[in-house]
Design a protein around this ligand. Structure first.
Ligand SMILES: Cc1ncc(COP(=O)(O)OP(=O)(O)O)c(N)n1
Ligand SMILES: Cc1ncsc1CCOP(=O)(O)O
Ligand SMILES: [Mg+2]
Length: 206
């Protein structure tokens, strides 16, 4: 099993909510709501609607950055990066019943997140992407290989999903390098038929 997480985004014709619907219709069962420039009200309203959709599809629903909103609406979990609430503090606020993901760009980041109580790692960027500003250094396959080798050597075990500019064509190599899965957005939303694109990716990962 190779996990597929969808990160919401928008295009000229697709809203954040529609992007989540597309992913779910295409068979994805893990959606992260990421709305970097939204107001609190807009974020909460969208989060409630995306959460409803995820419940209909029995999909996991994660919110990027906003620990208190996760607790307030009862989402499944939160994803946190270096500029967000520290994972240790989020775990204290949320307790054990919520999923907490942490961003990593190095082995040391992963070691810290494991110590702080993270449940999974989003490791990247795999390659350049315009979906996120201010990217950490690009890892490529070699970066993943060395991080995952170091994890094995030091018996550090936690699911690691690759993220950043990932498309369907990358999946065989990302599987082979030993990642637990992928998180992606543009690779779906920029496709001619986004639902079909997700279906194809899900078939590739089963
Ligand atoms: C699965 C996953 N991995 C990494 C990230 C990036 O989180 P972060 O570093 O906090 O950056 P922003 O997404 O908040 O811009 C992610 N969201 N999901
Ligand atoms: C949130 C995030 N963190 C690192 S790259 C990225 C964006 C992922 O989106 P895409 O698949 O469109 O590159
Ligand atoms: Mg963040």
């Amino acid at each position: 099993m190779f996990d597929v997480q969808f990160i919401t985004h928008f295009t000229a014709s697709i809203s954040y909510l529609d992007s989540a619907r597309i992913a779910l219709e295409g068979g994805c069962r893990w959606v992260q709501l990421r709305m970097k420039d939204a107001s609190e009200d807009e974020l909460k309203a969208t989060a409630i609607r995306v959460q409803d959709l995820c419940r209909q599809y029995r999909a996991t629903f994660i919110i990027d950055d906003h620990v208190d909103l996760v607790k307030q609406i009862g989402a499944d979990g939160v994803h946190l990066g270096k500029l967000d609430m520290p994972i240790k503090e989020a775990r204290e606020r949320l307790g054990k019943g919520f999923i907490i993901g942490g961003t990593a760009n190095t082995f040391e980041d992963i070691r810290q997140h494991v110590a702080d109580g993270a449940d999974y790692i989003g490791c990247g960027p795999f390659r350049f992407t315009t979906t996120k500003q201010k990217l950490s250094p690009i890892l490529g396959l070699d970066g993943y290989r060395s991080i995952l080798t170091r994890m094995k050597e030091e018996s550090l075990s936690i699911p690691v999903v690759g993220i950043g500019g990932i498309t369907r064509e990358d999946i065989p190599a990302l599987k082979a390098v030993g990642l637990s899965g992928i998180a992606l957005s543009g690779g779906i939303l920029k496709a001619g038929d986004p639902v079909r694109e997700m279906e194809t990716i899900i078939q590739q990962t089963e």
